[in-house]
Design a protein around this ligand. Structure first.
Ligand code: HEC
Ligand code: HEC
Ligand code: HEC
Ligand code: HEC
Length: 493
């Protein structure tokens, strides 16, 4: 087992940085137009693979991670005193980071495209123990702690980060001491130490900022999005939203951190819930997604048949500490759909807006894969507490009424990708809004009266009931009047 000293690590980091800088220069040269014309893309891919090879070959330390045997880390079963935290972590994407079918699909594709070299980079985040121990070379024989992805004992032996943050910039002391936020923890099972770093967003940012390994493109920037946003300014960190029991900041949560441990004013949960409804904890993930955004809709209430009206929708990122979507945004799907629904059930889609990012390669082709990407072709994610307004046009057909419906949907990946990976990824409605539109004032007031003045949704059945109701009302009043009784003359309408 090798434990690198701080200085040795920096020595390595400097070497590696030098190599990366040199490669970046070569790549820039390759990206120049004259090269682009002369070289076929297969040749360029081959060159890229060769270059990638010089960085990745045999070096688990190309990223800040040192070489450490897996025996320096406990598998999750070794954390038995924290059974409720284990239950939190088990359904999380951290537990599945090195087995998740979507990851394994992309890992295979990345390896195939780069002659097996890129997998090491990918695994360094998705399975850091597997990389440090070299066990990722053959997952079939890897130890449980390696296969358990982002497991307890990786996180709890981290002491800090190298600079720049990201691409697994963690510094580790794999000495068996467990580090977290309590300065008075006392365990019969292991040494404990207080770590202010565990209370920081940088702790998460070391993995939640992903840069392209050779050209430095910021592929995933969840940490940066947070650090430049309002939550960072208010001191609300990732842990406050992702390690508490509800969406938003649900603190304090009193409890014990271990069986037999002292009662604490607040303990964090190891749930790490995000938006992965298909593969993570579906109930909690759905709750997070629904808390992330609000959607409002406005359109004229009266639109005469043949007339055109403008529909305006506004989506606000009210609940996420970073952009929505965030993370692997070229894979995530978040889209707004606006449609008109007529009383007989006929629907007409009026427009959509897909939010997210699209990558492009050196030749300008898009969408490009993560490893081919040199730039973003498009990026219209919504920053924290910011809004995006879209407008759509609606022409009223020869109809009395329509309901305009808008909904914001989310899916972790496309249906094609899910199918390739052999998993089912559901679509979640993050937010929705609707408004009724009528062909004339008269129809509007008739419809509204029947609904008791509400301006919510309406349909053909309600409208016909209103008409029947109105007829009955008028009839009854008439009948009473005919009978010469003192009917309520105001009953009409
Ligand atoms: C992704 C990294 C990560 C993983 C995985 C992880 N933890 Fe934690 N854990 C943290 C951080 C960060 C804190 C402190 C949060 C803070 O103070 O802001 C913490 C806090 C704790 C605490 C202190 C008490 C509490 O609940 O607040 C214990 C005990 C603990 N974790 C045990 C575990 C166990 C057991 C597992 C595995 C089942 C686990 N952790 C998985 C990062 C992690
Ligand atoms: C060792 C690297 C590492 C660290 C440290 C880390 N994460 Fe992660 N995290 C990952 C990886 C890898 C995934 C994606 C796994 C997958 O989906 O296959 C992930 C996924 C997530 C998700 C998404 C879950 C979903 O439903 O899509 C959330 C939320 C998350 N992490 C929060 C955190 C927070 C909060 C911290 C800090 C306390 C943290 N992570 C620290 C690597 C890390
Ligand atoms: C104010 C609360 C809040 C804070 C602070 C916050 N998040 Fe989130 N996060 C959310 C919500 C809500 C979602 C669900 C919406 C979504 O998926 O974008 C989410 C989703 C995620 C996801 C899943 C994205 C996906 O694939 O759908 C990851 C990963 C993540 N957060 C990581 C982080 C990290 C890392 C930090 C700190 C740098 C952080 N979050 C800070 C609320 C927060
Ligand atoms: C520096 C850390 C890091 C590296 C390196 C990394 N990832 Fe990830 N990966 C993450 C994090 C964090 C997430 C979660 C983000 C989110 O939820 O959107 C993630 C999520 C994913 C997912 C989505 C999984 C799911 O179930 O939705 C795939 C697929 C993926 N990564 C593939 C790759 C591939 C392929 C590579 C190598 C080219 C790679 N990753 C390298 C950190 C990393």
């Amino acid at each position: 087992m090798t434990v690198y000293s701080q200085r040795e690590r920096f020595w390595w980091a400097e070497r590696v940085e030098g190599v990366i800088r040199a490669i970046r220069n070569v790549l820039e040269l390759l990206a120049m137009p004259e090269w682009r014309i002369r070289m076929r893309s297969t040749t360029r891919l081959f060159l890229l693979a060769v270059i990638a090879g010089t960085v990745f070959l045999g070096s688990g330390s190309a990223y800040a991670l040192p070489e450490i045997g897996s025996e320096a880390f406990l598998p999750v079963t070794g954390c038995g005193c924290h059974s409720s935290l284990i239950e939190d972590w088990q359904p999380s994407m951290h537990a599945k980071a090195l087995s998740d079918p979507l990851y394994m699909l992309k890992r295979d594709e990345a390896n195939r495209a780069t002659d097996g070299e890129l997998g090491e980079f990918c695994d360094s985040c998705h399975g850091p123990i597997a990389v440090m121990s070299g066990e990722n070379a053959d997952l079939a024989t890897a130890s449980p702690q390696s296969l358990q992805g982002v497991v307890c004992d990786f996180c709890h032996q981290v002491t800090g980060t190298n600079d720049p943050l990201g691409n697994v910039s963690q510094i580790l002391e794999a000495d068996g001491t467990k580090r977290a936020q309590f300065d008075d923890a006392n365990s019969p099972a292991h040494e404990t130490a207080y770590s202010a770093f565990h209370e920081s967003a940088q702790f998460c940012g070391a993995c939640h900022n992903v840069d392209h390994p050779t050209n430095g493109l910021h592929l995933e920037s969840t940490y940066t999005e947070w650090s430049e946003g309002p939550y960072a300014a208010e001191g609300i960190v990732c842990q406050d939203c992702h390690m508490t029991f509800g969406p938003g900041v649900t603190k304090p949560y009193p409890g014990t951190a271990a069986a037999g441990g002292p009662q604490r004013d607040h303990v964090y949960l190891m749930t790490f819930v995000g938006g992965n409804v298909g593969l993570g904890d579906s109930v909690l993930a759905e709750e997070r997604l629904k808390a992330a955004a609000t959607l409002t809709l406005s359109v004229d209430e009266i639109v005469a048949p043949g007339d055109m009206a403008e529909i305006a929708t506004t989506i606000t990122n009210v609940g996420a500490g970073h952009y929505i979507p965030t993370g692997l945004t070229e894979v995530r799907e978040m889209w707004l759909e606006v449609k008109a629904v007529y009383p007989d059930g006929v629907e007409e889609v009026l427009g959509t807006h897909e939010f997210g990012s699209i990558l492009k390669d050196a030749e300008g082709n898009s969408p490009a894969e993560l490893w081919e990407a040199v730039a973003f072709e498009k990026d219209d994610r919504i920053p924290p507490r910011e809004s995006v307004t879209d407008t759509f046009e609606f022409t009223m057909p020869e109809r009395d009424e329509a309901e305009i419906q808008a909904a914001l949907f989310y899916r972790s990946c496309s249906e094609e990708m899910a199918e390739k990976a052999g998993v089912e990824i559901p679509t979640t409605t993050m937010a929705s809004a609707s408004q009724a539109v009528y062909g004339s004032d008269a129809i509007a007031s008739a419809a509204k009266t029947s609904e008791g003045g509400g301006d919510g949704g309406s349909n053909g059945l309600l409208l016909s009931m209103a008409v029947v109701g109105l007829a009955l009302g008028v009839g009854t009043v008439g009948w009473f009047a005919l009978r010469g009784r003192k009917g309520s003359s105001s009953a009409e309408g």
